[in-house]
Structures are given as structure tokens and as C-alpha cells.
Design a protein around this ligand. Structure first.
Ligand SMILES: N[C@@H](CCC(=O)N[C@@H](CS)C(=O)NCC(=O)O)C(=O)O
Length: 266
């Protein structure tokens, strides 16, 4: 296969799974060593991309220098960590590495799934159920941090592997603050809140903003994920144009009337 000068990462700028790779590369000082190519998921994936992935549509996707195509953000993170060992982000000590893997293995999947189901929920009668479910996931992370890192802010000394995995999700869940008035109340979540706040503030993780998330995920909040089109609309809030910064803030009341393309600045 022909050698390319740089590996390519096909991504969606607002996608949390893609942001994981950007954060890891930023921590390693290697962002410039990778070509990032933006894919518009509001239109069908181009044939050349589907040919590369064997038909898989989810991003991020990486094409290495020798033309090998890889995907799944956690797999790609580990590949980058192994390929770029000069500045390790994962813990080098096996026991510490196991602890960060344990946090991801036991909490990440359901935490992400619940947050996305909550934002996409269209039944006001189920709001409290989703709120309780998400609190339960935050409580599990809180308990984990209290057990393995009671006196630190991050899981270990610095922003590391677990923080790379979770920070993009904490950022996406700004859509729950906005559309569901979701918060972490009182003392019950003090440990995980301190972790989340430090993650959100870290300089290596500033690829997206709250305003961008709230605007781009309006259609998720109305039940249409992954660039899908809602009834009566001709453009998705995930569209790349008009740029999100040129659009107004969407209505907060996701259970009320649906905003039109024009009202969303699309
Ligand atoms: N498990 C995958 C999830 C990736 C994913 O769901 N990406 C979304 C964007 S945030 C996507 O590409 N959706 C479009 C599709 O699946 O066709 C990973 O960790 O990389």
C-alpha cells in the first residue's frame, strides 16, 4: 500500500469520541502530526469513506500511513498511546493502569448511554426517571474516586487516561444542563463534581464550547441523533453550515413546539 506522509483522522468536530483523540494528541504535543478531515454526517457518507471502513459509518476513523483503517475511539486512543510513547498519558505502572482501566470498563458505557437517552427522551413523564438514572451513574463514579483517589482532584496526579475518556462526555452533557435543567446537587456528588470541573477546565480539552454543543445538539434534544432529519425540517442542527457561531441559541423547552430551520439559523 502507498505510504502517506501523515495518518488521517476522519472526524466530526462536535463528536465526543473524536474529541478524545484530539485531547490525547494535544497532551502529547502531536496534534500537528495528524491530518484531521471533517466529515458531514448530515448527508450520506461518501463512497470512498465507506470503501475504507468496509461500510461502517461511525466516526472517528483513522487511516494510518500504510493505509490500514482503524476505528473505535478507545482502540484509537490505545493505538496513539502505543505509537507515541514519549509523553505517556496512560499510567505506566501496571496497578495504576489497571485502576484507570477499571473506571472506564465499569462506568463509561452506561454513563454515556444514559446521558444520550436522556437528551433524546421525548416523554416529559420520564424526565425524573432519567435524572435518577444519570445521578446513579455519577454516584458510581463518585464512589470509585472516593475509593481510589479520595485526596486528589484527578484520578492520579494529572489529567490522564480516564480524564481523556470522560471529559468529552462531561462537555456533551452540557446539553442536559440546558435542555433538562440537569445538575449535580449538594454534597452527594462533591468528589465527582470536583473531578468534572477540573476536567472541563483543562487547557488540552478546549476543542469545543458549551454554546457549540447546545446549538449542534438541538436535534438530539428533539429525538433525532447522528445528523438525522426531524419532520418539517430541511437541515440538521449537526450541519456544518451555517457555522454554529452564526446561529441563535435554540429554545430551551425541548418538550414544547419544535423550532424551524429559520428559527435555528439553519
Ligand atoms: N463506539 C464508537 C462511537 C462513535 C460514534 O457513535 N460516533 C458518532 C458521532 S458522535 C457517529 O459517527 N455517528 C454517525 C454514525 O454512526 O453513522 C467510538 O467510541 O468511536
Amino acid at each position: 500500500m502507498p505510504q502517506k506522509s501523515k495518518p488521517t483522522i476522519f472526524h466530526i468536530p462536535v463528536c465526543p469520541f473524536s474529541q478524545r483523540l484530539e485531547i490525547l494528541l494535544a497532551l502529547k504535543g502531536k496534534r500537528e502530526a495528524y491530518d484531521f478531515e471533517v466529515i458531514d454526517i448530515t448527508v450520506p457518507r461518501p463512497d470512498w469513506l465507506l470503501a475504507k471502513t468496509g461500510g461502517a459509518t461511525a466516526l472517528p476513523v483513522m487511516e494510518t500511513e500504510d493505509g490500514t483503517v482503524l476505528r473505535e475511539s478507545l482502540v484509537l486512543l490505545q493505538y496513539l498511546e502505543d505509537r507515541l510513547p514519549e509523553r505517556p498519558v496512560a499510567q505506566p505502572d501496571p496497578l495504576r493502569r489497571a485502576i484507570e482501566s477499571l473506571l472506564v470498563a465499569t462506568t463509561e458505557r452506561d454513563f454515556v448511554a444514559t446521558g444520550y437517552q436522556f437528551v433524546m427522551n421525548q416523554d416529559p413523564a420520564r424526565r425524573e426517571e432519567f435524572r435518577e438514572r444519570l445521578w446513579k451513574h455519577y454516584a458510581a463514579i463518585d464512589a470509585f474516586l472516593m475509593r481510589y483517589a479520595p485526596n486528589r482532584t484527578f484520578l492520579f496526579e494529572d489529567f490522564g487516561w480516564a480524564e481523556v475518556v470522560f471529559t468529552p462526555m462531561f462537555m456533551r452533557f452540557w446539553f442536559l444542563d440546558y435542555y433538562e435543567d440537569f445538575e449535580l446537587p449538594g454534597d452527594r456528588f462533591a468528589r465527582v463534581r470536583a473531578w468534572r470541573d477540573a476536567c472541563l477546565a483543562h487547557p488540552a480539552a478546549q476543542q469545543v464550547t458549551r454554546e457549540q454543543i447546545v446549538k449542534c445538539y438541538y436535534d438530539y434534544a428533539k429525538g433525532a441523533g447522528n445528523g438525522g432529519l426531524l419532520p418539517g425540517r430541511s437541515r440538521s442542527s449537526f450541519a456544518l453550515e451555517p457555522h454554529w457561531s452564526k446561529r441563535p441559541m435554540p429554545p430551551k423547552d425541548k418538550y414544547g413546539r419544535s423550532a424551524t430551520d429559520a428559527e435555528l439559523g439553519l
